[in-house]
Design a binder for this molecule. Sequence first.
Ligand SMILES: *Cc1c(COP(=O)(O)O)cnc(C)c1O
Length: 397
Amino acid sequence: MPGFEFFGEEERKEVNDVLNTGIMMRYGFDGMRHGHWKAKELETAITEKFNVKYAQLTSSGTTALSTAMAVMGVGHGDEVIMPTFTFVASFEAIVAAGAIPVLVDIDETLCLDPKAVEAAITPRTKMVMPVHMCGSMAQLDELQAICKKHNLLLLEDACQAIGGSFNGQSLGTIGDGGTFSFDFVKTITCGEGGVFMTNNEEYYIHADHYTDHGHDHIGSDRGAETHPFLGYNFRISELHAAVGLGQLTKLDKILSTQKKHNAIIKAALEKVDGLTYRKIPDPAGDNASFLSFFLPTEDLTRTAHKELLANGLGGNFYWFDNNWHYIKKWDHLKNATSLFPLNPTLVNAIGATDFNAFAQSDQIMGRTISSLINLNWTQEQAEERADKMAKTIQSVL
Ligand SMILES: *Cc1c(COP(=O)(O)O)cnc(C)c1O
């Protein structure tokens, strides 16, 4: 997953363009920037690379999700269906909008279970937010059909799935809106950053304004621009966008390297009896940043994970016990622990949720290990690691 492994001359060149002019803001200062518009350039490059009409860069993946909530009209009292397995940012954006996160089981895709989604729909449901975890995709055909049938918005959190695709379309560009994160550990990085993508012109125009305090960006005098609605500062800086421009040129190489190394690990693990693998709705579209597999029981999985780490095989994740990625440890959400008063509709909804009702998710996550695929392994290192992983897991089974 981490594009930072490939950081080098290309990124430095782009960043130096910005440092040489000193114009680190994406708007204005036209005369002083000597033609460098890194954020604009990266937005155009993103629309071309991922074949989507519009891209709005933001300061993070989380603010890209918040932007999506705003421009798609999700707010106070609206319900947003999201999975039990994701990163906390998914519900942070929903809660920040004053909306209600409705947690729903995942299935063996490690993404939303469409049956559980349909069962969770109420008259207040406004949006379904699949999260394409660990580089691979949710069942988008089924989810799109559900959204169409019930007239719901589809927002893809593709923060972990840059470069993945489904039936030939880039993840993050298939729903009504989609997001990538360019934080430091994602498939490509800006240091910090994110993007909201859409084919809907109105969402895009609103995103352009919303992420810059509501500035309408008409004319050439920022002070004279009008503010058609409330906004925030979710801007990316030119320095961060510059890093992203360098990284984007490396995406194909990142993906092909991930696929090669992922296949090496998988070939070794396939010789181990008793392992099964995450379901991937379109295997050709896996961005291959992780290899996720299942052991037969939770106990065996815990033991295998401990042994992997003990044998120096870091980068193997047992999300079930992770504080940030699985519902089991999200006590701050379950207790609605906030520094400031939340709206009572949200607090009541959280209070009425049975957070122990996710046996299906527990049963899957309890048996899942995700193995991070690094870019800078040599072929030899990947093969050695694969062999060591297979032997370690075999010894536990
Ligand atoms: C990283 C991530 C985000 C948030 O991105 P940041 O850029 O770190 O704010 C959102 N959703 C998922 C699934 C992520 O992995």
